[in-house]
Design a protein around this ligand. Structure first.
Ligand code: FES
Length: 83
């Protein structure tokens, strides 16, 4: 994570949040389905993919690097900041 320097293994088959939780990273989460935005994060490096057609983010937010770790899966090595 860009602000703390913490690193964790993010598995492509699981959500970022699931990988964070397994690594002991304390990250806010609530709905876990991409609607409440509690988990909002900003990617400073890397890309993510979603299994749902349109996560709860605007085009502008996606373009600016925001993501929802509860449903985003890593598509590369990533660096995130709290949203
Ligand atoms: S926890 Fe609700 S959108 Fe991620």
């Amino acid at each position: 994570m860009a602000d703390t320097g913490e690193t964790f293994a993010a598995v492509a088959a699981r959500s970022l949040w699931a990988s964070m939780a397994q690594a002991g990273v304390d990250w806010p989460v609530s709905c876990r389905n991409g609607t409440c935005r509690t988990c909002l994060a900003r990617l400073t490096e890397g890309t993510v993919v979603y299994d749902v057609p349109w996560p709860g983010l605007s085009l502008e937010e996606k373009r600016d690097g925001y993501c929802l770790p509860c449903i985003a899966r890593p598509a590369s090595d990533i660096t995130v900041l709290p949203g």
